[in-house]
Design a protein around this ligand. Structure first.
Ligand code: SF4
Ligand code: SF4
Length: 214
């Protein structure tokens, strides 16, 4: 049985979705519990048609503007799906200007994988994409999912540096880029990042790395 429960709660008088985790549980358990929210028209979604629609086919799509640095499990799966080496994958699907400043950002606006308002790599999309939902979340839940997604992204950055996929950073980072670089730097020595570096599957990554001590 999954150790994850999704619930409707409130914080400072405002409603929000929350996640309750009972260990042991993995990132895959969390994804299994989270995915139905994207397909649930009863959930309030700020940008969805009529505020209540499936994410699939959404035209005010977060995929038009998303800043996606994929987690390492997704990075490997996407490259495999395309039948590309990691080097070829980076060269074709990542934004050259961001690679130049040291960031593994996929080509945006709209995301290079968005076709006819639908994600063309949906089963292997990254955690940033899987967790984003334009609905209010409780603070601890927001913190948990961002910690997981950014740990995964930091692992991709580290892997890319180790494999020589990222050039030595050149000057020219925008203040927004610097924000991401600093954030990724904060995560790089964490046990969660180490876990992403070792994992081949989200089932290999325990959620205990990302939970605040009780
Ligand atoms: S989360 Fe993204 S795809 Fe889903 S309704 Fe909101 S903007 Fe649209
Ligand atoms: S990878 Fe897919 S879900 Fe993520 S931003 Fe691109 S099109 Fe959207």
């Amino acid at each position: 049985m999954s150790g994850i429960a999704i619930y409707h709660g409130s914080e400072a008088g405002q409603p929000g979705l929350g996640i309750q985790v009972s260990l042991p549980a993995t990132v895959q358990d969390l994804l299994d519990a989270w995915q139905p929210l994207c397909d649930d028209p009863t959930i309030f979604k700020q940008y969805a048609a009529g505020n209540h629609a499936l994410c699939k086919g959404c035209q005010l799509n977060c995929c038009h503007t998303a800043y996606v640095i994929p987690d390492l499990v997704s990075f490997r799966r996407m490259a495999q799906l395309m039948g590309l080496t990691h080097q070829e994958f980076v060269a074709r699907y990542f934004q050259p200007e961001k690679l130049a400043v040291g960031l593994m950002r996929m080509i945006p606006e709209p995301c290079i994988f968005l076709q006819d308002d639908i994600c063309s790599i949906y089963p292997v999309r990254s955690l940033i994409c899987r967790f984003y939902l334009c609905t209010p979340l409780l603070g601890s839940t927001e913190q948990l999912i961002y910690k997981i997604a950014w740990s995964g992204a930091a692992a991709t950055q580290l892997y890319a540096q180790q494999q020589g996929l990222l050039p030595a950073p050149a000057p020219g980072a925008s203040s927004f880029d610097l924000l991401f670089l600093n954030l990724l730097d904060e995560y790089r020595d964490s046990p969660g990042v180490e876990s992403f570096l070792r994992a081949r599957d989200y089932r290999d990554i325990s959620l205990h790395h990302f939970l605040e001590p009780a």
